[in-house]
Design a protein. Structure first.
Length: 571
């Protein structure tokens, strides 16, 4: 039995699929003249295998995702590029192995294209890299693994999953997710909860302990994984799964309708969304709006940046579904643990403290302006709120607003209509901006507290580093003091303040946030019904007493124990 951190509740039984992204390691040893014919033949066979994979992908995507199908067609063109083919064959004839020849020629063209002054041409470098890895994998006889096209339901076991992996996976075929790293605020955890997939993270050495096809039970309620379960264990866990589903069904009854406290105060409960897929669009109806639209998911899992028109159509679709309710669009938030295939970012020793989110957008103004143009245009038909992430100072706020004004002037000059009543706000996730909330409130229309990063920066803990996971304390009294001060300043100014981090849907922390005076909370769909259920049983006078007491406590452990005891009859 293995133990881990149950970050998305549920129970699942099924076969393991070990997921390890392919990273080619090329041996540069030269070959003899006698080996050249075989190496040339091996190259053609490997290319044929890569072609078959791409054709299968193209066939699957042609109906469901024509945009990605076009990308796959471009990859087939690269695979059979005449000039590259000749150079690879020449390199083999000069004594390089198949793998070394493919690697050399592809890297050559990746470098050339990557230096192009034309951004559209530079973007093709990522296509070349993709084809390079595919061709080398076929050269080495390694089978393809892809979470987007699973053939059977599986328990996905990995070292970690990148946001692009989770954004593109076929969630109907993923029974559960198990990883060696990650915690409750990692993006794997957030996506798993939003998809209602049981997830057990932070399980040490799980990859080396399991085999493909091995039968397991994932208990993401208690936090355990059972290998090769007996008939008795399978029966017991099946019964436990039924009880879990029955309780979940009872909680789901709270999904529809407003969230009103026991003493009659309405709480605005909003939804966190990512890719704006059909399911997320559908779920907006159960909320008072979208409290966090993670726009970076529109950029992930693709080889080119989304165009202005493409973004405009997606933002418009979300605004239409929300009706008159707010849709809070967070501008592109990449860096840290979020990378893009369509944008090459320099490696940083400490990316969470590096060039990310708003900082990166202010350096890449063409990308930032494209997104703002699309958003402003879409703002003509709904209640759009635009929010800037990773704000650390008033300089950041003013710089972002200056770019907005530039975009508005461009649209005016081009006589293009855009929303004139859009609100502009900030994420409170850096302690520096929280500590000057009394000043920041004068510069913005609203704010939302991103508790995941606020905790990371307050406690000085990399939230993805398993070695220091115990130091990442969401219930740290300092966290609650920062949040209380921020809420007080925005309430005093009469401006909206909410929370969109994981604490917003946390069954213990949520009552404390409401006790501080927060009246807007946003969360993933998996937490929504439970949140409304808790709110319906909560008296705000009790919540205020609890909030005051929490801020006087000494340790996160004390806070957690107190909240569990105080809320045992409510949650």
């Amino acid at each position: 039995m293995y133990q881990g951190n149950p970050v998305s509740e549920g129970i699942a039984m099924g076969k393991v699929m070990l997921y390890e992204p392919f990273i080619p390691v090329v041996d540069g040893t030269a070959i003899s003249k006698e080996e050249i014919p075989a190496a040339l033949s091996h190259y053609k066979n490997a290319r044929g295998g890569a072609k078959e994979e791409l054709e299968a992908l193209h066939s699957r995507l042609r109906q469901d995702d024509p945009g990605k199908a076009k990308i796959i067609k471009a990859h087939m063109d690269i695979l059979f590029d005449v000039a590259m083919e000749e150079e690879i064959q020449d390199a083999i004839s000069d004594g390089k192995s198949t793998e070394a020849a493919v690697d050399k020629i592809f890297r050559k063209y990746i470098r050339i294209i990557g230096k192009s002054a034309d951004e559209r041409i530079r973007e093709r470098a990522s296509d070349l890299e993709d084809v390079r890895c595919r061709l080398l994998r076929n050269c080495m006889g390694v089978k393809e693994k892809n979470l987007a096209f699973l053939t059977d339901p599986v328990v996905v076991v990995a070292k970690d999953l990148f946001p692009s992996d989770t954004a593109s996976m076929d969630r109907k075929k993923v029974l559960a997710i198990v990883t060696e790293v990650g915690g409750p605020t990692s993006h794997t955890a957030i996506i798993a909860r939003s998809y209602e997939i049981p997830a057990l993270l932070g399980v040490p050495n799980i990859l080396s302990g399991l085999q493909n096809g091995q039968q397991v039970i994932v208990d993401a309620v208690e936090g355990s994984l059972i290998t090769d379960p007996t008939d008795e264990e399978q029966k017991a866990y099946k019964e436990k799964e039924i009880r879990f589903q029955e309780k979940a069904a009872e909680t789901r009854q709270y999904l529809e309708g407003d969230a009103v406290t026991k003493d009659g105060v309405k709480i605005e409960v909003e939804l966190n969304i990512g890719s704006a897929n059909a399911q997320e669009i559908h779920d907006i109806q159960y909320t008072n709006g979208v409290g966090l639209f993670r726009s970076e998911f529109l950029y992930m899992g693709r080889d080119t940046l989304p165009s202005e028109e493409e973004q405009y159509k997606i933002y418009r679709k979300v605004l239409t579904q929300a009706g008159g309710n707010p849709v809070t669009l967070r501008t592109l938030d990449i860096g840290g643990d979020k990378k893009l295939d369509c944008m090459e970012l320099p490696k940083e020793d400490n990316p969470f403290l590096g060039n990310r989110a708003l900082r990166l957008c202010l350096q890449h103004r063409d990308i930032f302006k494209t997104q703002l143009r699309a958003a402003l245009r879409a703002g003509t038909i709904g209640n759009l709120w635009i929010m800037f992430p990773m704000v650390g100072s008033l300089d950041d706020v003013r710089s972002a607003k200056a770019v907005v004004r530039e975009v508005q002037q461009d649209l005016d000059r081009e006589k293009i209509e855009y929303g004139k009543n859009i609100k502009f706000g900030i994420m409170i996730e850096i302690p520096a901006i929280a500590m000057i909330a009394d000043l920041a409130v004068k510069e913005v229309d609203f704010a939302s507290i991103g508790t995941n990063d606020l905790c990371q920066y307050t406690t000085a803990v990399d939230r993805l580093n398993q070695n220091v996971a115990s130091y990442y304390q969401s219930y740290h009294p300092a966290m609650f003091r920062l949040i209380r001060y921020t809420v007080e300043q925005f309430n005093k100014a009469g401006k909206p303040i909410g929370v969109c981090g994981e604490l917003g849907g946390d069954k213990l922390a949520m009552p404390v946030l409401l006790g501080f005076g927060m009246r807007r909370i946003s969360m993933g769909i998996a937490s929504l019904a439970r949140a409304k259920k808790i709110i319906s049983r909560l008296d705000l006078n009790l919540a205020k007493e609890m909030a005051d007491k929490v801020c006087r406590m000494e340790t996160a452990g004390d806070v957690e124990a107190y909240l569990k005891d105080s809320l045992k009859d409510i949650i």
